[in-house]
Design a binder for this molecule. Sequence first.
Ligand code: PHE
Length: 487
Amino acid sequence: MAEEAILGYLESKDEISDSGQFATERGLDHNEVVNVIKSLHGFRYVVAQDIKREMWMLTDEGNAYTVTGSPEVQLFLAIPPEGIPKEELQKKLDPSVFKIGSAQAAKRKWVEMGKQLVTRKIQHVEDEVKNLLLQIQDGQVINQDEIKALKARKLIVPQTWKGYSVKKGPNYAPKRKKVATDLTRENLQRGDWKELEFKEYNFSAKGLPIESGHLHPLLKVRHQLKGIFRQMGFEEMPTNNYVESSFWNFDALFQPQQHPARDSHDTFFLQVPSTTKQLPEDYVERVKQIHESGGYQSRGYGYDWKREEADKNLLRTHTTAVSSRMLYALAQKPFVPKKYYSIDRVFRNEAVDRTHLAEFHQIEGLVCDRGLALGDLLGVLKEFFSRLGMSKLRFKPAYNPYTEPSMEIFSYHEGLGKWVEIGNSGMFRPEMLLPMGLPEDVRVIAWGLSLERPTMILYGIDNIRDLFGHKVDLGLIKKNSICRLGL
Ligand code: PHE
């Protein structure tokens, strides 16, 4: 309807100067006219130009008076020729109509508000307010004084009206041609492809988003880290067991059985199966010895080592449990130097907050060779972290039951403008390595860090619960960019 009207009109006339007027004259809905104009403009059948007008619109109160009449007229009509006591008149009318109506009617000198009676002063009144409101509703222009008065009574408010003026466009035709979007087999068979007009390709249209799986930021960062380890010649350790025995997680690492980390407040112990099935007995004996009375020039801890404690199953609290298994396995064969790494999940019975979850991922690296020294550890750490994009490092003496010396690793964070702790490191103690059976001159340098910390820094996430767990926004996971480290 609207389309025919517009194209038809432009066939003989130069311009539709006002879409609003055009719509009213033809009894068309202006919104529909606007939509058609936009579409015709898009296909360049017409050229449309915006026009704006300040218009007046009726308020709810104004709208109501177009139906009921203005309060002053309602009041006037409620007064019988002989007059009426004020109280009675008040009862006949709505309180707001009475209040506004009596003020307005008195102002216009239509009524006399006497002590006894309210009476008419004239016989007939015109409802000008209602008529003006109806004219405004109809889009007619009325004079400024009247507008002012209605505005003051809050019966109308200003509103910007938007429409178009329309001229023929370069593709103008009295009727829109149907354009073909596809060349079909039928078009070819019938030969009508020669006459068809094809829709132009829109090369800047966006393609459909591809529905596919998405890598979580932790996986992207892990992928990059694996690349760094591999480039540095490290082999991956098998970390496919979340359940570990206390023995490999703690005892083999020379961590005494009364150490606070071995408490159920810090460690998740398993109820079923609660204990491990088997351990290498002769090695267990040597570990017991070193804890109780020492050896290899160590004094040991001097306490009663209990097998039941070592047998207890737990969810591994660090991937160093895997490193201890690997080093033990290495010691069972003629010695060869090794560089190992792992990146996998660990569990700690911790209170959850912005920076802690009860499970997270650890990155761990170790180098095992004859005659390594602390300088080697510093060198490897500098190399490793500079590949992560962190080249300003500082080290702080620390304590781990299984390393001596031990160092916390700090990196200068340009964004935060301060030093942040990024990991922990050290040289595994002889009390850990010698009972395994490694040659005496073999040293192991090692370090560990969380995968979450660098991922949060790289992706600008400040609450760990936005990164991992059930509160994570999947939309964000889909949109995250790929990770590039050290660039
Ligand atoms: N296992 C240590 C931790 O959980 C990290 C570490 C690994 C420290 C290797 C020293 C050597 O924090």
